[in-house]
Design a binder for this molecule. Structure first.
Ligand code: SF4
Length: 952
């Protein structure tokens, strides 16, 4: 933290000379940026950001002052994009440290441990500094340094050829951590390729599907700070997303009297701070949530007015109860009857949570009414077959309490997310890539990315040009050996360029490794649903901005970054021009300046255009006598709207209504063949982006797409339900969906402080289970999955629900002898492939001290780098949401005498069989009218509408 105001005692002590007066020269009054009750903190005042002096901590007890230029940017270590300020040493021009940015409306000056640890990533002695090209065979570990020019020319020629030959579907961009608000999507549409692939189906598809089927939005944005009751289906805080912005608002809500309940089989940090810990048996959450819904309905605690107006109850009645009176009271009774079996006792039987607690929490939720904030991100929705039912039944509680979009309630995240206006919008592509959206998964959210190597193995297609971008499927995905096999086959992946700030297990199997910037070394636009407001933030390369302030010209960001570390934004512009140098492919025009016709756009112009078209920003900039871009470079963030409540009630203007039709029965307003709103109380309102423009309790979409049994919120028994486990044989459920809040998936391996805090991932086991096996903390345990096994250590803890075991997924990083990088966190392993499909990994040595320019590297005291559990998991694609169902049925075993810590064995032939078993569960397209996918569903990079129809 920067300047801290003296306390009263400090002031007196300084005045009478008991302690040195360290606050002289800082008497600038109140420079705090946070004005919420009792939560004010102080920062260097903005007018001193060009020249800020503070005492150098390492010089103590000498009083040495250092001068800094302070430049704002945003963190890239999770999705929240909290504000950071970089302190750039004026003597040597190097970044010294990162603090919070008090002008950032999402994080309000605060960060989690991963924010300030950005400095470790920047100074990491093992980072990649120059573009590299492989020598020898893929995966052999030999690299040569090449120039950016060579990289651009070679890759551009390959893309150009593929496009000229109509092989557009062989070009793909596969993203792990995005965080750039549509930049890459625009590039891909500029190229005319259906080439977007993401990590969403191993992360959040389950929860997204459950929300989407209700109200067309696929993520929640809880207003924790104003809630009376907060219910988290968690691991989500521990899993990193919105960790700091949500955590600070949850505490704020609690300080104002809110009660917090957390559903999680682990006593996580969040659960330990909660008023109610509900340790549900994994996969039974929806049963508990439905029991709560039933109690709220029976007790009359539901919000009648909201349900009457904003639920498609009339459609539910006409489709499911056409024989009954079609009035609202009958509807409520039908609903109670519908969920008759979901008694608290039934929920207790399923989940293990006492019926009395379920009842108590349900009543509290009902009493909180509109001030009921909820959140589900990964966690249960990503762990289970039918996990999407968890978010669907959670939203059910928001619907019946009328807390959708209210103050203290839960809004759709899209209301809080800013949509940038681009200088150029390419037309939708004329391709549908079935490797990303195959017919078997017409409802998937989103691309079936974790099945890609299986699709390629089956001969469904090829990747001729494949970009992985801050993405590490060999390590983060299930079934990593199948990825390795595919990557090593040049018939499947013709060319693989890994765009990454750090070495990772996937980059080892690339043809080009292209060093991309960490958060303080790149441009991005950010906007996330951290609370009920809407903001944008500007991630900027801080040394470039410092150079600008010093009057130096910089053309490309790699000129100021360490080595030749670049950024994607400029890379894509340069690449696009080289794909289409003369403009004949129609690509180049999408990368021409809006201010200098016919010339190549530069990065300042790209953002200048967006900021000029951001509501309220031109006025704010004008007040200061600067441009919009200068404003963002100065503050790093801008609040577009302080609140975004009840956007569904936004009225449609008379102008917009001209030419629209209103359906006399449903009140749905249509224009140009599209639903645009709904009549409520005689007023035309925008409603929700569903066919009924309301919350869809009854989903005709589920019926139309062959899943009528799930037309209303329900509970699906998970693939790891207690009924399918044979406890006598030692079968347990393994929960692998959490990580510790100080770690990221891959990139914390380059942050020494973070690895020092947490560096092992043992199996969490309750004392009762440990006693059954005779395990004590530190003993080895063999975890047998469907396709292999891993050997790990046991951690005996009361913080785990009995009968369930868990293992954090953030550790177990590895490198082979021939690989480079990440020595803070990686075990050195041997990988053997004794016969086709059979893979073995064993740990040769753990993490060890090493010599480098960073003296701390020789002080490493930890040795256990953890175990790579994900690589032993088979793919489990949910047949509806497409989500990988992470929870594993494992057979616990005492290791044999030859088993060592970290040993791994996998059979990829078995992995392919499991893939096929799950594929059998699907109900493929076409849907109604020969559709591949419902037209109203979201899809990244929507192609031309005609491509939605299967010509079969
Ligand atoms: S929560 Fe932590 S890791 Fe995520 S953006 Fe904020 S500071 Fe960075």
């Amino acid at each position: 933290m920067g300047y801290k105001k003296p306390s009263l005692i400090e002031k007196i002590a300084e005045k009478i000379g008991i302690i040195e007066n360290l606050h002289n020269g800082h008497d600038t009054g109140d420079v705090g940026r946070i004005t919420d009750e009792g939560m004010q903190t102080d920062y260097p005042p903005m007018e001193q950001w060009d020249h800020w002096e503070e005492y150098e901590a390492t010089s103590w007890p000498r009083k040495e002052k250092k001068a800094y230029t302070i430049v704002p940017t945003t963190c890239f270590n999770c999705e929240s994009a909290c504000g950071l300020t970089a302190y750039i040493d004026k003597d040597n021009g190097e970044i010294r440290k990162f603090e919070g940015n008090p002008y950032h409306p999402g994080s309000r000056g605060r960060n989690c441990a991963k924010g300030p640890a950005t400095i470790n990533q920047i100074t990491d002695p093992d980072r990649i500094l120059y573009p590299l090209k492989r020598k020898g065979k893929r995966g052999e570990g030999e690299w040569e340094r090449v120039t950016w020019d060579q990289v651009l020319d070679e890759i551009a020629a390959r893309i150009r050829k593929a496009i000229q030959e109509g092989r557009n579907n062989e070009i793909a961009y596969h993203v792990g951590r995005p965080g750039h608000e549509g930049y890459a999507n625009r590039v891909l549409q500029g190229w005319g390729v259906d080439g977007h692939n993401s990590h969403t189906n191993i992360c959040s598809s389950g929860a997204r599907f459950g929300y989407n089927i209700w109200y067309g939005h696929d993520r929640p944005s809880p207003d924790h700070a104003n809630a009376k009751f907060i219910l988290l289906i968690s691991a989500h805080l521990e899993s990193g997303h919105y960790f700091n912005p949500h955590a600070q608002r949850i505490i704020e809500g609690k300080m104002k009297g809110a009660k917090l309940a957390t559903m999680d089989p682990r006593l996580s940090n969040t659960a330990s701070m909660s008023d109610y810990w509900l340790p549900t048996y994994p996969g039974t959450e929806a049963a508990v949530l439905l029991a709560m819904a039933k109690i709220i309905l029976e007790e009359g605690l539901y919000n009648r007015d909201y349900m009457y107006k904003w639920v498609n109850w009339d459609e539910y009645m006409s489709k499911r109860h056409s024989d009954k009176s079609q009035d609202f009271d009958t509807f409520i009774q039908c609903l109670i009857d519908e969920y008759e079996e979901y008694t608290p006792e039934f929920a207790e039987n399923e989940s293990g949570v006492p019926a009395s607690t379920i009842r108590e929490v349900a009543i509290k939720i009902g009493e909180a009414g509109e001030r009921f904030a909820t959140h589900n991100w990964r966690s249960a929705a990503s762990g289970n077959l039918g996990g999407w039912c968890v978010s669907r039944t959670l939203h059910f509680l928001n619907v019946i309490t009328g807390s959708v979009g209210t103050k203290g309630g839960t809004s759709p995240n899209t209301w809080s997310k800013f949509k940038p206006k681009f200088f150029d919008v390419p037309p939708p592509q004329k391709f549908w890539n079935e490797l990303h959206f195959p017919d078997e998964y017409p409802l998937s959210f989103f691309e079936m990315s974790f099945l890609l190597p299986h699709f390629l193995k089956e001969g469904r297609g090829k990747m001729d040009v494949y970009f992985s971008r801050v993405f590490n499927p060999v390590w983060t995905y299930p079934d990593g050996f199948t990825w390795m096999e595919a990557f090593m086959d040049e018939n499947l992946f013709g060319m693989h360029a890994a765009l990454t700030p750090t070495w990772n297990e996937t980059a080892f199997f690339a043809d080009y490794v292209l060093p991309m910037g960490h958060s303080a070394e790149r441009h991005d636009l950010n906007s996330y649903a951290t609370h009920s407001g809407q903001w944008i933030a500007f991630r900027q390369p801080v040394l470039r901005e410092a150079a600008r302030r010093a009057g130096k010209d910089v053309t490309f960001t790699y000129e100021v970054n360490p080595g030749e570390v670049w950024e994607e934004d400029e890379f894509w512009i340069e690449l696009s021009w080289r794909i289409d140098p003369d403009g004949e492919l129609g690509i180049r025009k999408h990368f021409e300046s809006p201010y200098r016709p016919g010339e190549k756009i530069n990065i300042d112009e790209y953002y200048q255009y967006i900021f000029e078209n951001t509501e309220g920003l031109p006025e704010a900039a004008r007040k200061e006598g600067i441009t919009e871009l200068e404003y963002m470079k100065k503050y790093g963030a801008f609040e577009v709207k302080p609140h975004t409540y009840k956007q569904n009630e936004k009225e449609i203007s008379a102008d917009q209504m001209r030419g629209a039709d209103v359906d006399p029965d449903s009140g749905v307003i249509r224009k140009g063949g599209k639903e645009i709103g709904i009549m409520v109380d005689g007023k035309p309102m925008v409603g929700f982006p569903t066919p009924s423009r309301k919350n869809e309790l009854f989903s005709q979409t589920m019926v139309d797409w062959k899943w009528p049994e799930y037309s209303i919120p329900t509970y699906i028994k998970s693939h790891i339900h207690n009924e399918v486990l044979d406890k006598e044989k030692g079968e347990y459920v393994l929960v692998p969906t959490f990580r510790l809040p100080t770690l990221i998936h891959s990139r914390s391996g380059n942050a020494k402080w973070l690895v020092e805090i947490a560096n092992r991932n043992p199996i969490w086991m309750h004392p009762k289970d440990a006693a059954r096996w005779g395990f004590k903390t530190g003993d080895l345990v063999k975890m047998n999955t469907d396709i292999g096994y891993f050997v790990d250590k046991v951690w005996v803890t009361e913080g785990m629900k009995p009968g369930v075991v868990a293992c954090s997924h953030h550790l177990g990083r590895w490198r082979r002898d021939q690989d480079q990088g990440n020595r803070w966190a990686t075990n050195t392993v041997d990988i053997l492939n004794p016969e086709p499909g059979k893979w073995k990994m064993n740990t040769k040595s753990g993490v060890k001290p090493f010599k480098s320019k960073d003296a701390d590297s020789s002080r490493i005291f930890w040795a256990d780098g953890g175990v790579h559990q994900n690589i032993t998991h088979a793919v489990h694609p949910d047949p509806i949401s497409g989500m990988h169902c992470w929870h594993q049925r494992v057979r616990i075993e005492k290791p044999g005498k030859d088993d060592q810590d970290g040993d791994i064995m996998v059979d990829t032939n078995k992995a392919h069989e499991v893939y096929k078993e799950w594929l059998e569960m699907t109900r493929p397209a076409p849907g109604p009218e020969g559709l591949r996918r419902p037209l109203w569903f979201k899809r990244p990079l929507k192609p031309e509408k005609s491509l939605y129809y299967l010509n079969k």
